[in-house]
Design a protein around this ligand. Structure first.
Ligand code: SAM
Length: 288
């Protein structure tokens, strides 16, 4: 059994921990340069300083931060502390593999094969990376695109701050436009842009039914509003791909699920092992 230390106790560290093969690896500790994390446990694994973690003499060190510069600086730190073994890099995994998109693709293919009817939607489109994939998968179905296209709304940011969920700022993600998104879609004629503040922009769509919805608005208020609007309008077997369900940067998404479940009962939700803490919610045929 090889002993491994994970350097980086943020979102990527958490994702790394879920992905590691514990049949072959013993996870000794997280190491992080942020003193506020020292002494915490993540799923029973202690968070130590980088120095203390390297002192545990691992065979392997997994560098689990998103960008290459920080990865290289942590790698240099491990070497300078005497670690001579093998280094693995999570940012390389992200560069070449994308679990969330793979799930979206497999989910879409499966919905088509099983003949689940309904429209498509994304709440939180930004530049259209995900919308483009959904549009390519379903050239013959309407795709509703919900976004302010002016970034986060002050009303949502205020609630987010009042509840201490995230450091979101009004106008974040505003460097986009409906035209820019439409120009990236393979079948733009299927897209229906609903620009403005959600849930206001859902007015008039009460009778619509959906097969697949991407919920990626980051913040508590729009995610809760999205669950309230879309879950009852999924056709049986239809699915919501929920981003940030288990996110350290945007914990409001997970809190929105808690609030929804408190009001309506448990959702049929499966967490994914992607790097962003996404989840899939599939509409049961028998629920209310
Ligand atoms: C992380 S981005 C979406 C990323 C996108 N899904 C992708 O594939 O790249 C979040 C988006 O949610 C939008 N958003 C957040 N709250 C909203 C609200 N209440 N109404 C409409 N759009 C909202 C923001 O404007 C932003 O573009």
């Amino acid at each position: 059994m090889e002993r491994i230390v994970i350097l980086g106790a943020g979102q990527f560290g958490l994702a790394a921990l879920s992905l590691l093969n514990t049949e072959n690896l013993e996870v000794c500790a997280f190491g992080d340069n942020s003193p506020r994390l020292w002494g915490q446990n993540i799923r029973s694994i202690p968070v130590l300083s980088v120095e203390e973690a390297i002192r545990l003499c691992p065979n392997l060190v997994l560098i689990s931060v998103a960008d290459e510069d920080r990865s290289q600086s942590l790698a240099a730190q491990a070497r300078s502390l005497g670690f001579a073994g093998r280094l693995l890099f999570m940012h390389e995994l992200r560069q070449y593999f994308d679990v969330r998109s793979a799930v979206l693709l497999r989910l879409g293919e499966s919905l088509k094969k099983r003949g689940i009817p309904g429209s498509l939607a994304e709440l939180g489109v930004y530049k259209g990376d995900t919308a483009r994939k959904i549009n390519a998968l379903f050239p013959d179905r309407p795709l509703y695109l919900f976004d302010t296209f002016e970034g986060f709304d002050a009303r949502d940011v205020e609630k987010e701050k009042a509840q201490g969920f995230s450091q979101a700022e009004k106008g974040e993600f505003s460097d986009t436009s409906p035209e820019a998104v439409l120009s990236r879609l393979p079948f733009p004629e299927r897209a229906i842009v609903r620009q403005g503040y959600f849930p206001e922009t859902a007015a008039g769509l009460e009778a619509e039914r959906f097969a697949l919805v991407s919920l990626d608005a980051d913040l508590y208020a729009p995610i809760l509003a999205g669950l309230e609007f879309f879950y009852p309008r999924l056709n049986p077997g239809g699915a919501i791909l929920l981003h940030d369900f288990d996110s350290r940067r945007f914990p409001g998404a997970g809190k929105a699920v808690e609030a929804y479940e408190k009001a309506h009962g448990p959702l049929p939700l499966v967490p994914l092992c992607d790097l962003h803490g996404s989840a899939v919610i599939v509409r049961d045929s028998f629920d209310g």
